[in-house]
Design a protein around this ligand. Structure first.
Ligand SMILES: [Zn+2]
Length: 404
């Protein structure tokens, strides 16, 4: 019997980040003079005015403020944020799509977004990108469940419109290793022939999909614009809702009881917040006319006490680059959400919502060393979020941070 070879593991050196201020992901104020000690991919100590441990590599970021790496609860790495991302994706082979998704992931990380939940890819490609160095931590849905010819059917997630059909589609996602089930409860603007104001599934089929997913302990989040789709998804026990616009054929509804029910049931609202203004690019009139009404509904949900996060929908157009969630606090402010709470919503609250609250979204011992360093005070000056000094993803400095 061979004697095991004694292995001398050279203990990697600790890294200590020194900066001017720290927002820890849960608080309401900045902590002065922070020192964050990182061992490999994990934060092992956080202090204020503390000396660096002996032998640690000290990185002095001067007066910069440290925040947890940002968490976007709704992205599409397979969409390239061009004017026609659906056609662009359709023209790409699998290999080209993986390359494009890798570029998208790198852009997210460079912009401080170190964790994303991909709520719709093609061919389960986002699952294979999980754990790759240089990319964000990815929580992946695979192709969204939809009806034949339904919203985003071209991504391949069509389920036969029967109870057995939707259960089989959920089970395929389970077998492929998806982290979450995304279901298209209503139509959407990216898919001609579908209607945002109409539900795509019957309440029974939605219930079957949620039931099957929960049997395998997978959470479900439902793309839901139409009032009926929102109401059915809540009734079916979906864990989350995306968009939640209360879209009707001619405008936007505002059903007070349903809004309160969403809050009371703790069904997560993934509000589609975050956009980068692109000169000369206006949303289509049907969207533009509804935007103030949708914002008012998001405010009502917030005031009713709903669990609210920013699911940016990054990738679906030029106003939605892959690091766009950094811009969500600007819209949150317009609906009356304070800056500290907005920052919690794109860090610790978002991490909790996607099932990673135990290791993402906070700068605290035991958490992943995902850190965004910016110039300025991100509580007093929202523009500071865009002045990126450094990004660390799972303990590794991102070489092109802030350049995307
Ligand atoms: Zn989406």
């Amino acid at each position: 019997m061979a004697t095991p070879t004694p292995t001398v593991t050279e203990r990697a050196r600790l890294t200590a980040l020194r900066a001017g201020w720290l927002f820890d992901g849960t608080g309401s104020a900045l902590i002065p003079d922070p020192l964050v000690v990182i061992d490999g991919g994990t934060i092992v100590a956080v202090g204020s005015g503390a000396p660096a441990p002996d032998g640690a590599d000290v990185v002095d970021l001067g007066g910069a403020a440290l925040l947890p790496g940002l968490v976007d609860t709704h992205v599409h790495l397979a969409f390239d944020a061009s004017a026609d991302p659906v056609s662009a994706l359709g023209a790409r082979s699998g290999e080209q799509t993986v390359e494009a998704m890798t570029r998208a992931g790198r852009a997210a990380v460079a912009g401080g977004v170190t964790t994303v939940r991909d709520l719709g890819d093609r061919d389960y490609l986002s699952l294979g990108l999980r754990g790759r160095p240089g990319l964000p931590t990815i929580v992946a849905a695979g192709p969204p469940l939809t009806t034949p010819a339904g919203h985003c059917h071209y991504l391949g997630g069509c389920a036969a419109p029967t109870e057995a059909g939707v259960r089989a589609a959920v089970r395929e996602h389970v077998e492929r290793g998806a982290d979450v089930i995304k279901i298209m409860a209503s139509g959407g603007t990216l898919t001609p022939g579908t209607h945002q104001h109409l539900a795509q599934f019957t309440p029974e089929l939605l219930r079957a999909a949620v039931d099957e997913a929960h049997r395998y302990s997978l959470p479900v989040t439902a793309h839901a614009h139409a009032v009926a789709a929102i109401s059915d998804a809540v009734a079916a026990g979906a864990d989350g809702l995306e968009h939640v616009s209360f879209w009707t054929e001619t405008s936007v509804d505002s059903p007070a009881e349903l809004i309160q029910l969403i809050a009371d049931r703790r069904t997560v609202v993934g509000a589609t917040l975050g956009l980068v203004p692109v000169p000369g690019l206006e949303p289509p009139p049907v969207v533009r006319a509804r935007l103030p009404l949708i914002a008012a509904n998001t405010r009502r949900l917030y005031e009713a006490g709903a669990v609210l996060v920013a699911g940016s929908d990054a990738g679906i157009g030029p106003v939605k680059p892959h690091d766009v969630v950094r811009h969500a606090p600007d819209q949150m402010r317009e609906i009356g959400i304070g800056q500290a709470e907005a920052l919690r919503m794109i860090t610790s609250v978002a991490a909790e919502v996607i099932g990673l609250g135990h290791r993402k979204g906070r700068i605290a011992p035991g958490f992943d060393a995902d850190i965004l360093a910016v110039d300025g005070d991100p509580l007093a000056d929202p523009g500071a979020l865009h002045r990126i000094r450094a990004v660390y993803a799972r303990g590794t400095a991102v070489p092109d941070a802030g350049t995307a």
